[in-house]
Design a protein around this ligand. Structure first.
Ligand code: HEC
Length: 358
């Protein structure tokens, strides 16, 4: 029974990791912000660059997991535990290879990564990396536990070696040797070295600063903050203009312009025939509604005023057309009306209103 329990844990872990991975990637894709542009474009990278980064990062993580697992295997063998040597490792590796196969399966059908790197692939990598990091943390935890219980010679234990190299800690039993001689109300100080992992990080920032200086301030390859801001604002304005062009519903009485191209006038004429002709008659000569071809208007005769009258309607017989037709249709029908030829009485209705537009 006990033996069975020992197998149970790694098996359970593997089976939790597998569906977890699929779920995670789906979940991640679902909560991903809805953007029209693919992620690599959003990040300003080529699909190849983003794909390479994701692949390399994932490969590094897989490398970590494998070396941690083999380290764990060595320790387990060292312990001569009743469980066969690297059972856990094998199961874990099996789990990982299964996951990558799963990953491959989700992605078949789009082999041309380099032309485009689909968002789904990005999120799958992302989820895979999260899972790998969790596995690494889990393995690290196990290793710490095992190490604190057993004294394992460092030469067979890569993890302990790294740990020693990167933290440079003095084991607790030898702390006496680095104890400083001052004592504040019983609080003492150890003369530990700076942790090498921290020092290396610091060196990296020094190297980085040189690169940064030359990149931004000496060779002016990268844009400085202000310039970057201005460029982004320009880009933003271009996008807004493009959006407005593609979404004519945003046309309002304040920004509407007179359209003069033949296709817009034709579109306006169609709207007029469908909705307006019954009252304003053909050619806009007027009937139940006023003559739309003269230069006398009740509500104003420039494009903005006409657009507003049609959109909002009036209390005297004009419907609120913005409820019935779209803003771009109102724009084109208004433009159509404004280019109509004058139909004088008696064919046309006599002028109404006080606003004269020359
Ligand atoms: C049910 C009949 C009817 C229909 C349909 C109708 N109108 Fe009118 N329209 C009127 C009446 C009546 C007035 C005068 C309203 C007032 O005096 O308040 C008017 C006024 C107008 C005016 C203002 C004229 C001025 O001198 O300021 C414009 C512009 C106009 N209509 C355009 C249209 C357009 C474009 C359509 C089609 C989308 C349309 N109308 C459909 C009855 C109609």
């Amino acid at each position: 029974m006990k033996r069975f329990m020992k197998y149970l844990k790694p098996v359970l872990t593997t089976f939790l990791v597998l569906p977890g991975l699929t779920l995670l990637s789906q979940e991640a894709a679902a909560v991903a912000p809805e953007i029209d542009r693919p992620i690599y474009e959003e990040l300003g990278m080529s699909p190849t660059a983003l794909a390479s980064i994701m692949v390399i990062f994932t490969a590094i993580l897989v490398g970590f997991v494998i070396s941690l697992s083999s380290s764990a295997k060595n320790i387990l063998e060292f312990k001569r535990s009743k469980i066969k040597g690297g059972m856990k490792t094998i199961l874990l590796l099996f789990g990982i290879s299964m996951s990558s196969e799963l990953f491959a399966a989700t992605e078949t059908g789009s082999t041309d990564y380099l032309v485009s790197f689909p968002d789904s692939a990005f999120w799958t990598f992302f989820a895979l990396d999260v899972v790998l990091i969790m596995i690494i943390l889990y393995l690290t935890g196990i290793m710490r536990g095992v190490l604190s219980e057993y004294k394992v010679p460092a030469k067979i234990n890569l993890f302990a070696k790294w740990n020693k190299q990167l933290t440079d800690v003095v084991p607790i039993e030898e702390e006496g040797s680095i104890l400083l001689d001052h004592d504040y109300d019983g609080i003492k100080e150890l003369d530990n070295n700076l942790p090498p992992w921290w020092k290396y990080g610091f060196y990296v920032t020094i190297v980085w600063s040189v690169f940064y200086l030359f990149y931004y301030n000496v060779f002016n390859v990268g844009l400085l903050q202000e310039q970057e801001f201005l460029t982004e604002m320009e880009e933003g304005e271009r996008e807004v203009a493009e959006y407005k062009r593609l979404h004519p519903v945003l046309i309002t009485a304040d920004n509407v312009t007179l359209l003069e191209d033949a296709s817009s006038i034709a579109k306006g004429e169609k709207v007029y025939t469908d909705y307006c002709k019954t009252c304003h008659m053909e050619n806009g000569r007027g009937g139940a509604g006023p003559n739309l071809t003269d230069n006398t208007w009740i509500y104003g005769g420039d494009i903005k005023a006409v657009f507003k009258t049609i959109s909002d309607g009036t209390s005297n017989g004009m419907a609120k057309w913005s409820d019935i037709i779209k803003a771009d249709e109102i724009q084109s029908v208004a433009s159509y009306i404004l280019q109509l030829d004058y139909v004088a009485p008696p064919d046309g209705i006599a002028p109404q209103g006080k606003i004269i537009v020359e």
